[in-house]
Write a protein that binds this ligand. Structure first.
Ligand code: AMP
Length: 282
């Protein structure tokens, strides 16, 4: 497995693979790999001949008061995991190589950025779109796999690919969970033992709301308010908990038969931010 920090080396490697007509899959990550990342790599392997994993804690997607400095970094363990699933290459660029010198351009995102995480984390998706765009230009993959866990990220990148005629095909991997339902996340490492025990409540609330909706509730406002109260009583701070349209990520008050929705929540447990979602096809 090639491990390289060098943009030139990963480019040349991919170029050689392309010359051999090999199909290149790509899984971008910020490292601290867990079974969720692993599932994405496996999915990419099924659809391609060589998989590149990138590990880069992208400073551009962290706000000034967020956890960039404390984000878990464990490169050696991550490389072991990548070797085990037989990734072909791991690209681990350094910040000055990804962001050299002045920036004369900036990205702005309209519609898909106004709700969910876009509303509460200004600059977050702009930072993601910037880095993913750069990584796509460096790696030039045939396919790239992203997790449903970050559904808004997936939808924004999908729209970017559509609007800017990118060649890459995008795939979404399902959410991998711990046995108690908690969606795996590198940030779960921040949770204390007590918080870890409480953390699956977010998924339980989402699942409860999903069940009531599948039983015929089409105006979920009160149901959601009740679940928010329950979570708050347990010590969670709610950022958002709502149903959004899958098309435009706008909140939806009345659900229609045949509609596609995202039931999504973001909460704080102590200082840790947890997100989760369930897709609804009515
Ligand atoms: P991150 O390292 O957190 O930036 O995530 C890298 C990729 O892994 C993103 O596409 C995430 O959506 C995906 N991912 C994170 N957690 C999970 C999970 N529990 N299940 C599946 N994919 C995930």
């Amino acid at each position: 497995m090639l491990v390289t920090e060098s943009i030139e080396e990963i480019r040349n490697t991919v170029k050689l693979w392309k010359r051999e007509k090999l199909k290149v899959g790509f899984v971008p990550t910020m490292g601290a790999l867990h079974d969720g990342h692993l599932a994405l790599i496996k999915q990419a392997k099924k659809k391609s001949d060589r998989v590149v994993v990138s590990i880069f804690v992208n400073p551009e997607q962290f706000g000034p008061n967020e956890d960039f400095d404390h984000y878990p970094r464990q490169l050696e363990e991550d490389l072991k995991i990548c070797r085990k699933v037989r990734a072909a290459a791991v690209f681990t660029p350094e910040v000055p190589d990804m962001y050299p010198g002045e920036k004369f351009f900036s990205i702005s995102i309209n519609e898909l950025n106004q709700h969910m995480c876009g509303a509460s984390r200004p600059g977050f998706f702009e930072g993601i779109v910037l880095v993913v765009n750069k990584l796509f230009n460096i790696i030039d993959p045939d396919i790239a796999v992203f997790g449903q866990k970050d559904i808004q990220q997936f939808l924004i990148i999908k729209q970017m690919a559509r609007e800017f005629n990118l060649r890459v095909k995008l795939e979404m991997g399902k959410i991998i969970r711990a046995n108690d339902g908690l969606a795996l996340s590198s940030r779960n490492a921040y949770l204390s033992n007590d918080e870890r025990l409480l953390a699956p409540s977010l998924y339980r609330s989402l699942s409860y709301i999903e069940k009531q909706i599948s039983n015929g509730i089409d105006k979920p406002e009160l149901l959601i308010a009740h679940q928010k109260n329950e979570l708050e009583a347990k010590g969670f701070k709610i950022d958002y908990l709502n149903v959004f349209s899958l098309n435009n990520i706008k909140p939806v008050e009345k659900l229609e038969k045949g509609g596609n929705y995202i039931l999504a929540g973001a909460v704080y447990l102590g200082k840790t931010r947890l997100i989760d979602n369930i897709l609804l096809e009515l």
